[in-house]
Design a protein around this ligand. Structure first.
Ligand SMILES: Nc1ncnc2c1ncn2[C@@H]1O[C@H](COP(=O)(O)OP(=O)(O)OP(=O)(O)O)[C@@H](O)[C@H]1O
Ligand SMILES: [Mg+2]
Length: 452
């Protein structure tokens, strides 16, 4: 498979090969924020299969193995695709040294620990092509086709990346997978994609795989012939037929049973469906959007989700950021949920910004709704009106300098504030505070704030 020429408007396709874990999540998230389309796998065997099936602009390979094995892996990938840029990240400088033999302009090594900026420049260096002479061109903004007012609120970098991703994937016909924790806005994003798609004038039909009993799901999706099972008293068209020419949004895709996964793959491959109890096939033309709050790659690894369907559907996939990863949007979201005539009392916003929001935007919306109802003073939501678990979890860190406060309290407040300002990035926080990372961890442990 040859490398495509990089279109500066297209996301760079990165295959990240690393054992599942925080480190991989962080790298993946960071690359996604840069505008890349990232697929992750845990092993080189999977990586080999992925690169055989899809085109990537670069493979980022985290190597835990000692030198000989690590080099075999690289050579294997190489033999499959001689021009595929590979960036290997190793724990052990000896690997990089031993690898001189395969050091080419399409292969580079970084030794851990690495700074994300180094990662970016290394990726740029080896994945640039003639079409992108300076690698920066890729970030030229594409003319926006976004509607003047998007219902997706937020100005954070993370949300801006989501907007740009929507602009890119909406006009394609390929299926799109939207991953993200509960309440992060997956359904909202699906509607936005549909609204910006070529079939925006047709309806978007939604099915929630978790809400329909497994036994009825097939007939719901594909329809059935009269008498095909008890209760099938009339012939019924399925949602694929109803969505023909438009969009079908399959929500909670991770809940779909194995046999239906196979049938879904079939439709994606050739657009053919068969009603339950029917012998004839029908052709449909449907744009498929799917969402899940699971990590489908993990489901594949656990054997609960078909690998072939995953690869098929995840080509243009993204993961929506959790609200705690974009707490600078909380003010805007709150203003939106409060509506006209309402404001926040003193000190409320910091409490909301410190909270970790496991239920994400939906939880925030509910919290504001509730606080308005319970508010003691009309038009103002104060700390005491907030759900108690939010106030308790965020700790009372309102500190007034100059009062009767000990230094420890001021330290704690300052450390947490800096951490918050740098969105939980501990390396940066430590640098700003002028302490090393280990000291920061010790402080956070002491303050009981080491969960992030
Ligand atoms: N960026 C946003 N701007 C404005 N409203 C948002 C945003 N994100 C989510 N919401 C609102 O939050 C609520 C939850 O969003 P949505 O239903 O799209 O989440 P979801 O990811 O599909 O959640 P679940 O996994 O629980 O199905 C909705 O009321 C939605 O309108
Ligand atoms: Mg949803």
């Amino acid at each position: 498979m040859t490398n495509r020429t990089l279109d500066p408007h297209e996301p760079r396709r990165v295959l990240l090969v690393d054992a599942a874990g925080k480190e991989r999540d962080a790298t993946s998230h960071w690359l996604t924020q840069r505008g890349d389309c990232v697929s992750t796998v845990a092993t080189t065997a999977e990586a080999n299969r992925m690169t055989a099936a899809q085109r990537f602009d670069i493979v980022v390979l985290a190597l835990e193995d000692p030198a000989p094995e690590a080099l075999t892996l690289i050579t294997q990938l190489r033999s499959q695709n001689a021009s595929l840029p590979i960036l290997a990240i190793c724990r052990d400088a000896s690997i990089a040294a031993a690898s001189d033999a395969i050091h080419t302009d399409k292969c580079d090594f970084l030794v851990k620990p690495i700074a994300l900026d180094d990662l970016e420049s290394a990726i740029r260096k080896i994945s640039r092509t003639d079409a992108v002479p300076n690698g920066n061109k890729r970030q030229t903004p594409k003319p926006r086709i976004r509607r003047s007012v998007s219902p997706i609120i937020g100005k954070s970098v993370a949300i801006e990346v989501v907007h740009q991703w929507i602009d890119r994937v909406a006009p394609c016909e390929m299926p799109v997978l939207i991953e993200g924790e509960s309440g992060t806005g997956k359904e909202l994003v699906a509607s936005e994609i549909h609204a910006a798609s070529r079939v925006a004038d047709r309806p978007m039909i939604t099915i929630n795989c978790a809400a329909v009993p497994a036994t009825l799901l097939e007939s719901e999706l594909f329809g059935h012939e009269k008498g095909s099972f008890t209760g099938a008293i009339a012939t019924k068209r399925g949602l694929f037929e109803m969505a023909d020419g438009g969009t079908l949004f399959v929500d909670e895709l991770g809940e779909l049973a194995g046999d239906l996964q196979a049938k879904l793959l079939r439709v994606l491959e050739d657009g053919r469906i068969r009603r339950v109890g029917s012998t004839c096939e029908r052709q449909v033309h449907v744009r498929l959007l799917a969402a899940t709050n699971k990590r489908l790659a993990d489901e594949v690894r656990a054997g609960r989700f078909r690998e072939d369907l995953f690869y098929r559907i995840n080509v243009l996939g993204t993961r929506l950021p959790a609200l705690r990863e974009r707490s600078d949007d909380i003010g805007l979201l709150v203003a939106h949920f409060l509506g006209p005539g309402w404001t926040l009392g003193v000190g409320v916003l910091p409490v909301l910004e410190r909270y970790t929001w496991p239920g994400n935007v939906r939880q925030l919306s509910n919290a504001i709704e509730r606080s308005k109802v319970l508010s003691a003073e009309p038009g103002i939501v104060s700390v005491d009106d907030l759900p108690p678990e939010i106030v308790a979890a965020s700790g009372d860190q309102r500190v007034e300098i100059g009062g009767d406060i000990d230094l420890e309290t001021i330290n704690r407040s300052h450390v947490l504030k800096v951490l918050q300002q740098h969105r939980g990035n501990k390396a940066k926080t430590a640098r700003v505070l002028g302490i090393n990372r280990r000291s920061l961890y010790r402080l956070l442990d002491k303050y009981g704030a080491n969960q992030r």
